[in-house]
Design a protein around this ligand. Sequence first.
Ligand SMILES: Nc1ncnc2c1ncn2[C@@H]1O[C@H](COP(=O)(O)OP(=O)(O)OP(=O)(O)O)[C@@H](O)[C@H]1O
Ligand SMILES: [Mg+2]
Length: 357
Amino acid sequence: MGIFKDMLKSDESVFKVSEALDYAYMPKLMKYREGEQEQMASCIKPIIQKRNGRNLFIYGQPGIGKTLACRKVLEDLQEDSDDIIPIYINCWQKNTTYKILIGICEQLGYRLTHNKKTDELFKVVKSMINKMSAVFVFDEADKLEDFDFLYSILEEIYRKSVFLITNEKSWISTLEDRIKSRLMPEALEFRPYNGNETDGIIRERIKYAFQENVWPEEAIEIAAEKTFQLQDIRSGLFILREAGNNAEDRASRKINLEDVKKAIEKLPEFSSKKQEELDDDKKFIIETIKNNNGKKIGDLYRIYKEKGGEAVYKTFQRKIAALEKEGFISTEKIAGGKEGKTTIINTKDITKKLTEF
Ligand SMILES: Nc1ncnc2c1ncn2[C@@H]1O[C@H](COP(=O)(O)OP(=O)(O)OP(=O)(O)O)[C@@H](O)[C@H]1O
Ligand SMILES: [Mg+2]
């Protein structure tokens, strides 16, 4: 009796709002980052009192709510204030002064950017913003290729806060002195969520995204536990979506443990950091490393060339360093090689951790 009751009909879905599992989805409430958001707000407060704001350097590992927390603060600002303009720029997508100024113009609603040079664009931005004030968030700031826009903003916009977000704390010390001395930011570290917090976030997201009673308790626990181990909510969202898809493939109204396990097994192909945004050569390098884990950098370069890689050795080295910074791979220096040292390249431990399941 009732053997068909858990079967999904053709017009049914386990998902209620599957967009709630998109990485860019903004949940109504953001829990567990109240303190961080307060620090952000306190940097902005002086602007409300018609003074200059304070600047903030935000750092922490991938997938722990830095972007979401900032966007939430900007959203609140938009609702509560008419004369502070919130500007959000992702520097992965816009990594030069020109592209950033175009992005700011777009957000200011200024459309006549065509044929304008960088300095003309800045004049427009300056004259519009200096009638009011602004909070600038430059996310993924370690992807920036030039900093002229930052210098200009710090020098010529009167009332503002500038927030810079990166994964690595050490990045800030690589900035040129002319910028550092004008920026003088406070630091705000994002720590990974603890087990309870991770569990809370996963459960909340299940409520938004899935129909009721789709997730049995033990499946939720495994998904939350894995997410906590990986210390990355983005991986958790991936698990939830994949598990849902697996249940639908079985035409089942309920997710079972096997669906979750399968989703977890699929994780190594998925990198927490948005791999699809990497250039083709970097993707190719990651593939090469995956197939040749633990090789010396020189040997790896030879394999890469044999397989059709085009970068010269210097560029290759630069990309390896960048991939490490972005958290895709790890390297270790060992004795040996020409200068008495050589670098061993590994794909990130993520694969190892996952198979421990
Ligand atoms: N407290 C939270 N409540 C609900 N969802 C959260 C929370 N923290 C993070 N998330 C979700 O986790 C995902 C990753 O968060 P976010 O993009 O803010 O990470 P990040 O710290 O900016 O990572 P990266 O350094 O890789 O850019 C997002 O989809 C976000 O909505
Ligand atoms: Mg982010």
